[in-house]
Design a protein around this ligand. Structure first.
Ligand code: BJ8
Length: 423
């Protein structure tokens, strides 16, 4: 990576802590990613993005701000990116998958809280994340209690807008959510000083749908045996989708898919045919949280799909396009986002149905349910998942883990035994 010290200093980063973070990434990345055999050539772009994770993209965000644009951060796939784009803004995902800044976070949060929440609070308080420091505003939501209350604290450090996400999917919840989406559009207009017009909103919908379509194309290719790409590489792409430039990212995913189609035609894959096929489900795996996928794929199985927010939940549904007026387009946006099957909904049968359907479609041999420690919605919902999968005779392994590496050995033992049983 080139020297971006001046830019980082100007952004007010804690240079010492930031250096520590940057030093941690390359060895892990090398071990987890660069040692994989027969990686597709198209992964070079995504390696480059990771290599420049705090460099080029941050420079782009800073240039966007200099020319008067706004950067808006989000922590949940419920925040409609289309609205931010239609107002000339850039929307970036801020969730992180590493426990840096924990000591700072624990000054304001209880110790026993989900690592994803602790991590974003730690990043802000320790001033180590140039994405966070690029944000003019962040958008929180009322999904789980931990996040909802943490956003009150976060608001002391950066302006936070909260979207009220319903916990049921009844008519009145749909009405509430539509109102929230409309309010968000008004707020973004005020914040950016840019009125959202029909053509811009239509274009933003098309572009974000284009990103979803490219990711779905990639997902479809993974139905093949042998799998043309590893689950780890696919997860990386899904993680990068949260913060890369939408149009460039879409093109690069499509280029990669062109290459993978050729591999599928030639019967080439990254794992031998008949390798046990696994679907992972549960809490999001934010970058650089690759712990469980790495263990799975170095224990004799291949991950063929992620029923995660860093996975299918992010791109499986599109916003209906059509040539509607702004009101109709906002309604389509609200409808699409309420289709996400997050465990904060009760009941949440859509997630169970989806999982069974995915197992059939991807010809999976088993499911790994992975919950971040102290995440009640997913930890409790694991019981419903287990009940449905048992009825369908689908093997399941339930895991609860954090961002630390202390349980790696124990996880490996359990995962190896599960994969052996599948084999
Ligand atoms: S739509 S999964 S991105 S809320 S892991 S912070 S739930 S205690 S991240 Fe999520 Fe939106 Fe749902 Fe997806 Fe709370 Fe659980 Fe932590 Fe979580």
């Amino acid at each position: 990576m080139s020297n971006y010290n001046e830019m980082w200093r100007a952004m007010g980063l804690n240079m010492q802590a930031h250096d520590q973070l940057l030093r941690a990434l390359p060895p892990t990345y090398h071990d987890v990613y660069l040692t994989q055999p027969s990686r597709p050539r198209g992964m070079e772009y995504f390696d480059f993005v990771v290599n420049e994770i705090h460099g080029l993209r941050i420079q782009e965000l800073q240039e966007h701000k200099k020319s008067g644009g706004k950067v808006i951060g989000a922590f949940c796939v419920f925040v409609p990116e289309e609205i931010v784009r239609a107002a000339g803004g850039i929307c970036i995902g801020l969730c992180s998958g590493i426990d840096i800044g924990t000591a700072e976070a624990e000054k304001v949060l209880p110790r026993n809280i989900c690592p994803l929440i602790k991590s974003f609070m730690g990043f802000k308080l320790a001033k180590v994340c140039p994405y966070f420091e690029s944000c003019d505003m962040v958008v929180g939501e009322t999904t789980c209690d931990g996040k909802k209350k943490a956003f009150e604290i976060l608001n002391d450090y950066v302006p936070v807008h909260i979207m009220e996400t319903p916990h049921m999917k009844k008519e009145r919840d749909r009405a509430l959510w539509l109102q929230e989406v409309n309010d968000f559009a008004r707020l973004v207009e005020e914040f950016t000083g840019c009125d959202i017009k029909g053509p811009e909103l239509a274009k933003a919908i098309q572009e974000v749908n284009g990103k979803r379509r490219a990711l779905r194309r990639l997902a479809e290719l993974r139905k093949n045996d042998p799998a043309p790409i590893s689950g780890k590489d696919s997860l990386l792409i899904e993680q990068i989708a949260m913060y890369d430039d939408v149009v460039r990212f879409t093109n690069k995913v499509n280029e990669l898919c062109d290459e993978l189609e050729g591999k599928v035609k030639n019967g080439e894959g990254v794992f031998p045919r008949k390798t046990p096929r696994v679907i992972v489900t549960g809490t999001p795996m934010a970058i650089p949280n690759w712990k469980v996928p790495h263990i799975i794929e170095t224990s004799g199985a291949v991950i063929v799909a992620e029923e995660l927010c860093t996975g299918l939940r992010y791109f499986e549904n599109e916003v209906a396009e059509g040539d509607g007026n702004i009101e109709a387009m906002l309604r389509n946006i609200a409808d699409r986002y309420l289709g996400i099957n997050c465990a904060v909904f009760t009941p949440n049968p859509g997630r169970m149905e989806k999982l069974v359907q995915l197992v059939r479609e991807y010809n999976a041999d088993g499911v790994v349910h992975c919950t971040l420690s102290f995440c009640d919605p997913y930890a409790v919902e694991a019981n419903r998942v287990e009940k449905v999968l048992k009825k369908e005779n689908i093997p399941l392994l339930k895991i609860e883990t954090g961002y630390d590496q202390e349980d790696t050995g124990q996880l490996k033992t359990r995962i190896e035994a599960f994969i052996e049983m599948l084999g």
